[in-house]
Design a protein around this ligand. Sequence first.
Ligand SMILES: [Cu+2]
Length: 375
Amino acid sequence: MKTRNKLTVVLFSILLLGAIPAVMRAQGCSGPYLVEQRFPVNTALPEETRWRFCFQRVRKNGLVINAAFFRKSPASPWVQVIYDARVAELFVPYHSGSPRFRDMSGFNFGLFQLTPRHCPRGVGGTLLDNDYVCKEVHDRGLAWTNYSDVRRGEELVLWGGIGAGNYNYIIEWTFRDDGVMLGRVGATATNYGGGQALEAHMHGIFWRLDIDLNGFPGDTVEVVSHRELGLTAGDPATMVRNEASFEWNPQAFTSLMVHDSTLKNAQGHASGYDLMPARTGTPRHQEDFTRRDFWVTKYKYSEMLVPDLPKYIVPAEPVAGNDVVIWYYSAAHHLPRDEDGRYVGNTFEPLVAHVMWTGFMLKPHNLFDKTPLYP
Ligand SMILES: [Cu+2]
């Protein structure tokens, strides 16, 4: 359910205010689309942290997250992180120049139904929404160790697969016990090309992240860039005052930090979330919308189309201390392998490409008052 005016919706929902945060109620989430998870998962242990969010199965976009809230301790208030997080485009240009699929805007694909084999109970799996979505709650490996002291972490993973013709795109959202949220997309299934030689291509993934930290007003984005100066180094942060686009620079470890004018931790430090890319390269193509890796725009209900991104930032409206949307672009570069399947003479052998991932991390920065999950 999309919302034209966040303020109207929030004011309306305050009238109905109950235990569920107003924005969550406002976004029309209840029953099977509301997911709540406490950590540790074992209820015999005292609760530490908790996530609460809504999901939607949306035509074209697949699996969308709405109204994600995190609570850093049972005594702390809920803090909103996400208003709406979605994959906004899958752009797949082939190396010969054609085809150049826009698998989201150019088609009408949706999630396909999963089976218990996709989502086994043995790994903490539960099928949701008529089996279109899998929720997995499980151990995530080491959270930290300090010699003999150690803590393992846990996470909730929500995923679904878009059936895009010969390809399947797995959309995966992870909510960790340490407040981290991860988004990634994996390309799998069969290569395009029928009986011809398999051609290399790019699976470009565009995320639209409407981050409403502690509510939609008062959010500010900074670009953080590492710089080496002789033997010294620094990490200056530049506030994004007006709508703009940015490149990811591997030598600068470019990340975007979002903070909110009213959100501080007990140490009095501004609380934020860092958007940290998890990528293996930078996909640039002829199309204007592929020339940047990050875009910061002012929230507008009507602005949902990736090919129009260059237009959304002209004229550049003020975004500092505003309701901002971050767009992030990365790709899985697919060089077909014999492991994806192969042709022997005219015999078409079963042909499946294993999942290749690309994505990002949203990491709390001065949200907790001290090390979480410790000791
Ligand atoms: Cu591929």
